[in-house]
Design a protein around this ligand. Structure first.
Ligand code: NAI
Length: 296
């Protein structure tokens, strides 16, 4: 069955280029009214204008869709509020938020300045917080909401020279894990995408030209749109790139109870068994683990 976004209002951050542009265009094609946000800066987050967002709005309109541009920064709480205000003024509600905006300031941990670390956290993690927070009461009051976080294999697994980016990206997963619980009663579902795509972000990092050709941003968008559709799951992380799709989960081993008095040596002797992931599984919330620790 065709998946429609007719009547839905979506905000896509960082949608002036790359993956965000693809998500916004496809939402527009499928009937959503789209707020195309983009600061229009360079890859390291400097500079900016609303020209990038304006261009994508023109593309959506040329394809018969409806869209408006917003040139605010996600790293500014007032900027995040302005996206929601613009959406409400133009279209009266917000159904979908795709937290996609991002920058890079790659350096090994020894060399990275705290300023560059904080800037990356501000855009990726706090940006997702500000936008989600601005949209949250609107979604709760409407009894409908879909939020997609954009995480990364760097946050999930690590990547040399990206400590700032990885910390911020996994922070979005932490945010998702609680928002999925808090939103459940109000029909707000929160998921995450870990994309792999050829955009300006992945240029010049040594990926062969042939591989870049396969990493089309358009191949990430189907997963993102499913994750913000009416039938979306909640709390799911999907890795998507080059036509590959997989689900990522945080799992915990079966573990073992060692008793009420445990020595360091005893822990060391049992480390292998404690770490055995063969029966590992995900848990629905933090409380479930406390229960498991107490009761087994
Ligand atoms: P991109 O650089 O083409 O797109 C990011 C967009 O965000 C740009 O248009 C930029 O102007 C905008 N932006 C940056 N800071 C902003 C701010 N403060 N406020 C509003 N807009 C801002 O890169 P790409 O690849 O499309 O990235 C999209 C998202 O996907 C990012 O969050 C990135 O970290 C994530 N990602 C991308 C991967 C890839 O393989 N391309 C891998 C893993 C994650």
């Amino acid at each position: 069955m065709a998946i429609s976004f007719e009547g839905k209002v979506a905000i896509v951050t960082g949608a002036g280029g790359g993956l965000g542009r693809c998500h916004a265009l496809e939402l527009g094609r499928r009937g959503a009214k789209v707020v195309v946000n983009d600061l229009g800066g360079s890859l390291d987050g400097s500079g900016g204008s609303s020209a990038a967002a304006d261009k994508v709005v023109a593309e959506i309109k040329a394809a018969g869709g409806q869209a408006i541009a917003n040139g605010a920064s996600v790293a500014d709480p007032k900027g995040a509020e302005s996206m929601v205000k613009d959406a409400l003024a133009a279209y009266g509600k917000v159904d979908i938020l795709i937290n996609n905006a991002g920058i890079l300031r790659d350096k090994s941990f020894r060399k990275v300045s705290l300023e560059d670390f904080e800037l990356v956290v501000d855009v990726h993690l706090m940006g997702a917080v500000y936008c989600s927070k601005a949209v949250w009461p609107v979604m709760e009051d409407n009894g409908y909401g879909r939020i997609v976080m954009t995480t990364s294999s760097t946050g999930l697994y690590g990547n040399f020279g990206q400590s700032n980016y990885g910390a911020a990206k996994l922070g979005q997963v932490g945010l998702m894990n609680t928002l999925k619980l808090e939103g459940a009663k109000k029909n707000i579902r929160v998921n995450a995408i870990a994309p792999i795509a050829h955009t300006r972000m992945t240029e010049g990092i040594g990926i062969p030209e042939q591989a870049l050709g396969l990493l089309k941003p358009e191949l990430v968008t189907p997963a993102v749109l499913y994750l913000c559709s009416d039938d979306a799951p909640s709390g799911v992380i999907i890795e998507a790139g080059a036509g590959y799709y997989g689900r990522v989960a945080i799992v915990e081993s079966k573990g073992m109870k060692l008793g009420q008095e445990v020595s360091v040596e005893q822990f060391a002797e049992n480390f292998e068994a404690i770490s055995d992931l063969s029966e590992a599984k995900p848990y629905p919330n933090g409380g479930a683990i406390t229960q498991k620790a107490l009761i087994g």
